[in-house]
Design a protein around this ligand. Structure first.
Ligand code: NAP
Length: 360
């Protein structure tokens, strides 16, 4: 397989550090540049992150000596050095949109973790097991941007990365609605307990903008493309409450689902659908794809955040406690690693899909 040169924009942040870590020993991708704000530019990567390194493994040797560049001022230079960029920056939405479009127009594909472009009409938002076919919208986007190579592709929000995969193979029965409560780790806010001591022994029942994303983004993931445009799914309706909980990594969700009249599958059918669910990522045998996307646990106290978030290198989703409900048809719980499958790992898998399908 061809080797691709890669830059991580926002490489000093929580998600950026994950990207840098995932590039170590990646069979296709070679870390070539790292960029962040002007505050970090000019420092070696080691100098820029040593006081806030949040990964369990040490800073990769290959990254330590890379001199961090300025994501905005050095855009042209960076675009000329690499085959594509990963982007995970904490900036105002309109600034992120402008930055990502700048790289795309410099003919440098952008694989983004940010939410800024998720609702841009011709930007695909992709979970490779669910809607890999959406990447063909890139042809429409390239026409708008006037580019040959450059484009923006995004991944969805981390909160929904557990329950949308679990609901997807059940949509065929005719699902009416779902109620979801998420219990989200502090790394989802770019934080560790050292940097957010108020979160120790705490639960905060509010994450700005998260409930709207958790309810709305699934409709784009489940959309169809007709005449070069996305037609959003019109259900099942989702209502969500999102909590920040005292976990370092791993977003859990409690899910209740109701099927349309006469459409309710059996628990055995549901478990069989989960066991059989795979997608383009598995078909193409992408390096970061989990072998088994959804793992069902029969034990009544699983999945657990600490025990199960790293399943298949943090790229699989764990599910458990499927049982009948008195108000809805069924309820269950699910878990995914928010900075791996829900952020950088999901971004790497999307980039692998784009390379394998010839878009990068
Ligand atoms: N954490 C998660 O689980 C998660 C999941 C999904 C999506 N996301 C999204 O990913 C993005 C990054 O999140 P994070 O948690 O990694 O944030 P973070 O830890 O706060 O890191 C932010 C990064 O953005 C850079 N940055 C800030 N202002 C900049 C500017 N003006 N120009 C260029 N770079 C700038 C920072 O550089 P300096 O170090 O130089 O300040 C740093 O590298 C956000 O859009 C977030 O919503 C996060």
């Amino acid at each position: 397989m061809k080797q691709y040169k890669v830059a991580v924009i926002g490489g000093t942040g929580m998600v950026g550090q994950r990207f840098v870590t995932l590039m170590e020993n990646h069979p296709w991708f070679r870390l070539t540049a790292i960029a962040a704000s002007a505050r970090s530019a000019g420092k070696t990567y080691e100098e820029a992150v040593s006081h806030r390194w949040a990964m369990a493994t040490p800073i990769p040797e290959e990254a330590k000596g890379i001199v961090v560049m300025d994501a905005e001022a050095d855009a042209e230079k960076i675009a000329g050095m690499v085959d594509f960029v990963f982007c995970a920056v904490d900036m105002k939405k309109e600034e992120i949109r402008a930055l990502e479009e700048k790289y795309a127009k410099l003919e440098c594909p952008v694989v983004s973790n940010n939410s800024a472009n998720r609702w841009t009409e011709d930007v695909p938002m992709v979970v490779p097991e669910i809607n890999a076919d959406h990447i063909r919208i890139i042809e429409e986007q390239r026409k708008r941007l006037g580019t040959k190579r450059g484009f923006i592709a995004v991944k969805s929000n981390c909160s929904l990365q557990s329950y949308v995969p679990a609901l997807t193979p059940l949509l065929k029965y005719g699902m009416d609605r779902a109620l979801v409560c998420t219990y989200q780790a502090i790394s989802g806010a770019g934080k560790t307990f050292e940097r957010w001591p108020e979160m120790v022994d705490n639960c905060i029942p509010y994450i700005g903008g998260e409930e709207e994303k958790s309810e709305r983004e699934p409709m784009k993931l489940w959309a169809k493309i007709e005449d070069g445009k996305f037609v959003l799914a019109d259900g099942p309706a989702i209502t969500a409450q999102c909590f920040r909980v005292a976990c370092s990594d791993g977003h859990m969700a409690a899910v209740f689902m109701k099927f349309k009249d006469g459409c309710r599958p059996s628990m055995e059918q549901i478990k069989a659908d989960w066991a059989a669910f795979s997608g383009r990522a598995q078909e193409l045998n992408l390096p970061s794809a989990p072998k088994q996307f959804l793992h069902y646990f029969e034990e009544p106290d699983r999945p657990q955040t600490r025990l199960d978030r790293m399943l298949e290198n943090g790229m699989a989703v764990s599910v458990g406690r499927l049982r009948p409900d008195t108000q809805y048809d069924y309820k269950f719980v699910c878990l995914s690693h928010n900075t791996l499958r829900g952020a950088a790992g999901g971004g790497v898998l999307l980039a692998e899909l784009l390379c394998a399908e010839g878009y990068i």
